[in-house]
Design a protein around this ligand. Structure first.
Ligand code: IVH
Length: 685
């Protein structure tokens, strides 16, 4: 035998040895040699491959550290398409899934299920030809994805060659092709280290392990990806040729392990639905103990022949379903905290976030409500936070992941001055809000004018955000009543305005004069007077004149007006600029009488089911329930999977807990008003 052949066989032997030790380490969890011994084998292999570059192959274990960078991504086709999965959010929906499965299979062949953590990473399709990794493709559109083989190779526990000859695996992989699907993900510890490094380097932090994984797979340079400590758990088989696949998913997972592919140790086989439900209940409690991100469970029919009978729709298989925890939550990083000044001067802190996807929209800001809340949750700039978006509601910061702190997070001090006008702020007596009490504050002016022209209010077409900004900045209007004195020529001369857009605005302003008293009262932005209260007042007083003459007794005699609202109205009516504004509106010809609008079904409320709990500030529970009914909605007393919204006041108790458990969106009274008026609750209000 020549020396060259010796090298070739030594290289072969070393590779097989290293693969076997990888298998023992990553799949069996039973290493036989120390890290030092393993490193020595690797070092020898690397040396031999350097001496004989002609013998280097892409599936050599030395290739895990990353090869050459690529120029650009190629797309590649899956052999069998990668479908997506339907979601469920509660036990009831899981039972419905089981019901459908039973109807299709027949009552006498109930399925066994396998319950698996739903890993929040990136799905990957690994194509092995003759046992060697030939391609790793992201899901893409299900038919065609990105070829990310160069980065997938660097995932430490992902085998570059499948094992043959292990018990349960074929003797020989010659002539075989197999698609193995799994989830590449980043364990929390790797994520923490990555962000700590990025922080030291002064780079922006990655929002969560999922985004970090997706970003790593999109790197052009695999040596960078190799340092990301990604991991894979394999969970399904796609197209196969030349390898016998067992008749159950559970056995298929065993086959995957025998082939050297790591599977998730936390999967469980359950004899029936009740077993699967118990597994769900267990993981709902305990998934936080896993060292990688999980956003739910996948419940899979175990038998392959039953799977075949169930088939798939064009989008998703009928034999598996996702069961999602706590609906719409994601981790993100607080880039900065800003304060917003509302139309009544209320100062609201808002977290600016690394953008994350939440139920189909990109979320880059979340409300922090007030400074007591910031303190209570201890939210700091640079913190990793859990963000939640329930239904259409403004995203909220749920909690801070303090274990991910590096020590360089910055606390955000309670402002002592208004960030816009610089005047001192005041704490609301008895309340939690800070307020800018300078009535000339440009931020408040802008917000008051914006609100005046908004949809549920005077609905002035053409009065957009940037126009309001300019009008206030150039002191063309100082209050909403000045809108009616604007001249077309002056408006046309503003930035991004022209003859036509100025005319549109003029027409919009003209049309707004006929909205009627209820809309006007709402538009004036009286503290604590939402659109419903404005209607009540308009109906009760009939005209602006009667309204402005009201005293506190007259107001409190109205059943829906409590002491807080009564006092707010009196203060407003006695404010220096109120009478003057009303005079201006009157002179401009704005309608000041009630149109006695008949209550109509409201499309945002009708057909939806609400539960009210806790003590509300502006009306009693009965009143808001009557209001819901009168708008075509349903007010019920207990929270279930069918509840669309929970409206929660102070001291809300078990119903609030239940709603959170079920992922039912929770609204404050204000958010309910906004939902009613706009069909959504906007984050800037
Ligand atoms: S099975 C039909 N099993 O969830 C395609 N998927 O929402 C599903 N996922 O695209 C493959 N853990 O990225 C399966 N144990 C698991 C999973 C899992 C996470 C992901 C996968 C898929 C997405 C669907």
């Amino acid at each position: 035998m020549s020396g060259a052949d010796d090298a070739a066989s030594r290289i072969q032997r070393l590779r097989r040895q290293i693969e076997r030790h990888n298998f023992l380490y990553y799949v069996k969890n039973e290493p036989e040699i120390s890290d030092g011994e393993f490193d020595a084998l690797m070092a020898e292999l690397r040396r031999l491959e350097r001496e004989r570059p002609d013998l280097l192959t892409p599936d050599s274990p030395t290739q895990k550290v990353g090869g050459q960078p690529i120029e650009e991504f190629q797309s590649a086709e899956h052999i069998v398409p990668m479908l997506s999965m339907d979601n469920t959010y509660n036990e009831e929906e899981l039972r419905e899934f089981h019901g459908r499965v039973m109807r299709l299979l027949g009552e006498d062949s109930p399925p066994a299920y396998v319950v698996e953590p739903k890993i929040d990473g990136v799905a990957i399709n690994l194509i092995y030809r003759e046992g060697s990794l030939s391609r790793a493709i992201t899901r893409g559109n299900g038919q065609v994805g990105d070829d990310v083989t160069h980065n997938a190779r660097t995932v430490r526990n992902l085998p570059l060659r499948l094992h043959a000859g292990e018990e349960g695996a074929p003797e020989d992989l010659a002539g075989s092709t197999i698609e193995i699907r799994g989830e590449i993900h980043m364990p929390f510890e790797a994520f923490r280290r990555l962000n700590a490094e990025r922080e030291k380097e002064g780079r922006n932090l990655l929002a969560n392990p999922r985004n970090a994984t997706a970003g790593s797979l999109k790197l052009l340079d695999p040596t960078v990806a190799a340092r990301r400590r990604l991991r894979i758990f394999t969970y399904e088989v796609g197209g196969v040729e030349g390898i016998a696949v067992p008749d159950s998913h559970w056995e298929t997972l065993r086959l995957l392990r025998a082939l050297g592919c790591p599977t998730n140790p936390s999967v469980e086989r359950c004899e029936d639905l009740d077993g699967a439900l118990r597994a769900c209940a267990y993981w709902e409690e305990h998934h936080g103990e896993l060292d990688y991100p999980v956003d739910g469970l996948v419940i899979k029919v175990d038998s392959r022949s039953q799977r075949a009978r169930l088939g798939a729709t064009s989008k998703a298989p009928r034999y598996m379903i996702a069961y999602k925890f706590g609906a719409n939550r994601q981790m993100s990083v607080v880039r900065d905290i800003r304060v917003q000044v509302g139309k009544t001067g209320q100062i609201t802190p808002v977290a600016l976030l690394e953008p994350v996807q939440l139920s189909g929209t990109t979320v880059s800001r979340a409300s922090l409500h007030n400074f007591d809340e910031i303190q209570r949750k201890d939210v700091r700039i640079g913190d990793h936070v859990l963000v939640e978006k329930a239904g259409e509601i403004i995203p909220q910061v749920v909690s801070v992941s303090k274990e991910l702190r590096t020590g360089s997070e910055k606390e955000f001090p309670r402002p002592v001055r208004c960030p816009v006008c610089g005047e001192p702020v005041q704490q609301d007596p008895g309340g939690v809000y800070l307020r800018c009490v300078n009535p000339r504050c440009p931020a408040q002016r802008k917000e008051r004018i914006r609100h005046f022209g908004s949809r549920g209010a005077m609905d002035i077409e053409g009065l957009g955000e940037s126009l309001v900004e300019q009008l206030v900045q150039r002191e063309m209007v100082s209050g909403y009543a000045d809108l009616y004195a604007l001249r077309k020529e002056d408006v046309a001369a503003l930035e991004r305005m022209a003859e036509k857009s100025a005319q549109n605005l003029m027409d919009g302003i003209e049309a707004s004069k006929e909205r009627g008293l209820d809309r006007l009262l709402f538009a004036m932005g009286i503290p604590n007077v939402g659109s419903h209260m404005a209607e009540v007042l308009a109906e009760h007083f009939g005209s602006m004149d009667a309204f402005v003459q009201a005293d506190i007794e007259a107001l409190e005699a109205i059943p829906e007006v409590g002491p807080i609202v009564g006092r707010a109205i009196m203060e407003f009516l006695h404010g220096v600029s109120t009478r003057e504004a009303i005079e201006k509106l009157k002179r401009a010809g704005v309608s000041m009488v009630s149109q006695r609008l008949a209550r109509e079904e409201n499309p945002n409320i009708a057909g939806r089911s609400f539960v009210v709990t806790g003590t509300l500030a502006r009306c009693s529970r009965d009143e808001i329930e009557q209001l819901i009914e009168s708008l075509g909605g349903r007010a019920t007393s207990s929270v279930s999977g069918n509840t669309d919204y929970l409206i929660a006041g102070e001291n809300a108790g078990s119903k609030l807990d239940r709603a959170r458990e079920l992922g039912v969106p929770v609204l404050t009274e204000d958010e309910f008003e906004t939902l009613r008026e706009e069909g959504r609750v906007s984050p800037t209000s």
